[in-house]
Design a protein around this ligand. Structure first.
Ligand code: NAP
Ligand code: HSE
Length: 432
């Protein structure tokens, strides 16, 4: 008799319901592609009383044991989110000999090592394509299609909510609070938007991407993180004037001299950079490898069907392995232990916006403070835009070590003519 691949689905919210829909919508093609049908056997939810018409033909339970103890279930698909009990359920599923597919960046970023170890120990698959970039294929390309390369740089717009907000600030001149409200009304930002706007969501994704790109385990605490809450319409306007756009980027760099540097923060990005035209809730990941050169992966980073597209592709991959009895084909790829670049040693150009006294000698004093700290300036503009009795000076530096810019900022802060350091933002990937 033909083998039917049976799934235990943990969670049927935004992504879980999308998975049910995609499996149903493309049933015939998926069966052909795997060589055997895939069937959801049992769905785990928290609240059995919630009306869920899309689950009408499926067995629904609030008892995880029904899935973990069911020998007929081959694959557990975890779409509950959060660290616990998702981590424990996935570990137990693998212990019971079931392969696991998840979209859970929190667990992958924090407990990826345990997950891979358990998968290896029990000869099962652990796949997580949807954990970064929603529907965009990026995990499989890093683990498989780009393995011929030494990857030196990976940069991504990996949070749709903040990209929507920055795009709106750029297009409409709105301020941070207005665009946050809009993002919440549209259902992109949560009532507590901290994970998105403070950069933590992007940091988890950065840790996953850098671990795969550089073949070394990057923990969440290795990622330096800054969100978008300090970005003002003035910064957006100066960026435009200077030929940049502001984006929240996850940046990973691997240099033989300095080691691995992984960070999430807003950047001034030249308008000519491929990531600069990624707008709204869209995500994109840019990769530089020593054979492929530059490559960019673009698409919808969230949403029910786009994310389900990645989850179902993983289900298909696992199912093919089950059909071919070839589990664990692509195992953990963090086989090196690379040094992390200390933040003081990281290098970048910087945009520095200062509120200063509008009187003779100010520009000279500021240039001296930068110069004494060993920071070379690329351009300086002075305006009286939106200020009364003062001036604003905006400087863009050449590439400097983080430690040097910090020392320049301390010197500037101490100058009597500098009233306020209004913002400091890295300028990324300057070409030429
Ligand atoms: P969601 O809409 O909140 O759905 C979560 C589902 O899990 C609900 O059905 C919930 O049951 C169930 N659940 C939660 N905790 C449970 C528990 N302890 N026991 C049993 N069931 C539990 O979440 P989602 O947006 O689909 O996200 C799922 C995962 O995908 C998360 O890891 C998320 O980070 C990831 N992801 C989401 C997106 C996206 O666009 N939403 C994109 C990429 C990745 P009830 O319905 O009974 O409450
Ligand atoms: N909150 C995320 C975003 C989607 O705004 O991109 C889930 O990873």
């Amino acid at each position: 008799m033909e083998k039917v691949i049976k799934i235990g689905l943990l969670g049927s919210g935004t992504v879980g319901s999308g998975v049910i829909k995609v499996l149903d919508m493309n049933r015939r093609q998926i069966t052909e592609r795997v060589g055997t049908p895939i069937q959801i056997k049992t769905v785990l939810v928290r609240d059995l009383t919630k009306p869920r018409p899309y689950l009408k033909d499926l067995r629904v339970t609030d008892d995880i044991e029904e899935i973990l103890r069911d020998d007929e279930i081959d694959v557990v698909v975890e779409l509950m989110g959060g660290l616990h009990p998702a981590r424990e359920y996935m570990l137990r599923a693998m212990e019971a000999g079931k392969s696991v597919v998840t979209a859970n960046k929190d667990v992958v970023a924090q407990f990826g090592k345990d997950m891979f170890a358990m998968a290896e120990q029990h000869d099962v698959d652990f796949l997580f394509e949807a954990s970064v970039g929603g529907g965009i294929p990026i995990i499989t390309p890093l683990k498989q299609c780009l393995t011929a390369n030494r990857i030196t740089e990976i940069m991504g717009i990996v949070n749709g909510t903040t990209n929507y907000m920055l795009t709106k600030m750029t297009e409409c001149g709105s301020d941070y609070d207005t665009v946050l409200k809009e993002a919440q009304q549209k259902g992109y930002a949560e009532a507590n938007p901290s994970a998105d706007v403070d950069g933590l969501d992007a940091a988890r994704k950065a840790a996953i991407l850098a671990s795969l790109a550089f073949n070394t385990r990057i923990q969440l605490e290795d990622v330096s993180v800054e969100g978008i809450t300090k970005i003002t319409p003035d910064d957006i306007e100066y960026a435009k004037d200077l030929g940049y756009v502001i984006k929240l980027l996850a940046v990973g760099k691997d240099s033989k001299e300095n080691g691995v540097d992984v960070r999430v923060h807003p950047v001034f990005l030249p308008k000519s950079h491929p990531l600069a035209s990624v707008n709204g809730v869209y995500n994109a990941i840019f990769v530089r490898g020593n054979a492929i050169g530059e490559a960019m992966f673009y698409g919808q980073g969230a949403g029910s069907l786009p994310t389900a597209s990645a989850v179902v592709s993983d289900i298909i991959d696992v199912s093919r392995d089950i059909v071919n009895r070839t589990f664990g084909r692509v195992r953990c790829t963090c086989y090196e232990k690379k040094t992390l670049c200390p933040i003081d040693k990281t290098e970048s150009s910087y945009y520095v916006r200062l509120l200063v006294d509008d009187k003779p000698g100010v520009l000279g004093a500021i240039a001296t403070a930068f110069g004494d700290a060993g920071v070379s300036l690329k351009s300086v503009i002075q305006t009286r835009r939106n200020v009364v009795d003062h001036a604003e000076i905006v400087a863009v530096t050449h590439i400097v070590e983080h430690a040097r810019i910090q020392s320049a900022l301390r010197a500037l802060q101490a100058l009597p003519v500098v009233d306020e350091i209004r913002n400091v933002i890295r300028v990324e990937n300057e070409r030429g």
